[in-house]
Write a protein that binds this ligand. Structure first.
Ligand SMILES: [Mn+2]
Length: 277
């Protein structure tokens, strides 16, 4: 009796089937020298935010620049997340002055992500960009960057205190005012939220076709979106991926991103079914 009952049980949890219903989000890596070899690495907090809050599958994109067939890769993705990084976009990409000595660059990442921004937006592939990714979006649309905000009179220090614990560095640092009627204000259900702040760079001239979605009290642009985008195309200067499930705005942002990727996944599946008929 016991055996028979067991054999009739239908599995209620089938990991394979569930995974197929989750969109795939590509995450371009940083190229880092570990020992004597180059590795393509993504911080775990970004990958965890994709699985936990966006309910999607993260897939690391190697930054092989021209050796990577971008179009073929994007055909297999439902969304793209651009992460933060200790490296800065090389100023040559926005006709800026040379970086201060000791600044870390990642030309392989620049060569991969800068063209990827507009390719994603033009193809309707949902795009969320964080910190360095936010700066990449601005540069991809022809904007420029301040390299050392904290040295410019009138601006707050937006850097974290590296002598503090990681938890303290990622703690709330300043308010941002959200653009009325903007998408962020909708997700927040408020006109202002508190955010962390771990950046020395910031937007100087806003790229063409971008809208300001949030500003810090000193006027620094903290969030942007692409005006003409047909899909989700949002970038933030702060780090919503940090402990994403404990912050209601961060969770709402990643959920909206995941939903946009789910929408693309379903639209592509419908298109394919239509093509098979
Ligand atoms: Mn800030």
């Amino acid at each position: 009796m016991g055996l028979r009952a067991t054999s009739q049980v239908t599995p209620v949890f089938n990991a394979t089937n569930m995974q197929r219903h989750r969109p795939v989000i590509g995450v371009p890596a940083d190229r880092r020298l570990l020992g004597s070899h180059w590795f393509h690495c993504v911080g775990e907090k970004y990958l965890a935010a994709i699985t936990d809050a966006a309910d999607a599958l993260p897939l690391i994109i190697p930054v092989l620049s021209e050796r990577l067939d971008r179009e073929a890769m994007l055909d297999r993705l439902d969304g793209v997340l651009l992460t933060g990084s200790p490296s800065n976009v090389e100023p040559v990409h926005y006709q800026g002055p040379p970086s201060a000595p000791g600044t870390w660059h990642d030309p392989h990442r620049d060569a991969t992500t800068l063209p990827l921004v507009r390719t994603c937006v033009d193809a309707g592939i949902p795009l969320l960009a964080v910190c360095r990714g936010f700066q990449e979006m601005n540069v991809a649309y022809g904007g420029t960057l301040h390299q050392r905000l904290h040295e410019i009179p009138g601006f707050l220090n937006h850097k974290a205190d590296s002598s503090q614990s990681v938890e303290a560095q990622y703690g709330p640092a300043h308010a941002v005012a959200l653009a009325p009627e903007g998408r962020l204000a909708q997700w927040a259900g408020a006109s202002e939220i508190q955010v962390n702040s771990l950046h020395s760079q910031g937007i100087d001239r806003l790229g063409e076709g971008l809208r300001v979605e949030a500003r810090a009290p000193d006027g620094v642009i903290e969030a942007i979106s692409v005006i003409q985008a047909t899909a989700f195309a949002v970038a933030v200067q702060w780090h919503p991926e940090w402990q994403v499930m404990t912050n209601s705005f961060s969770k709402a942002l990643f959920t909206a991103f995941g939903d946009a990727a789910r929408g693309r996944m379903r639209a592509l599946a419908d298109q394919k079914r239509g093509g098979d008929l």
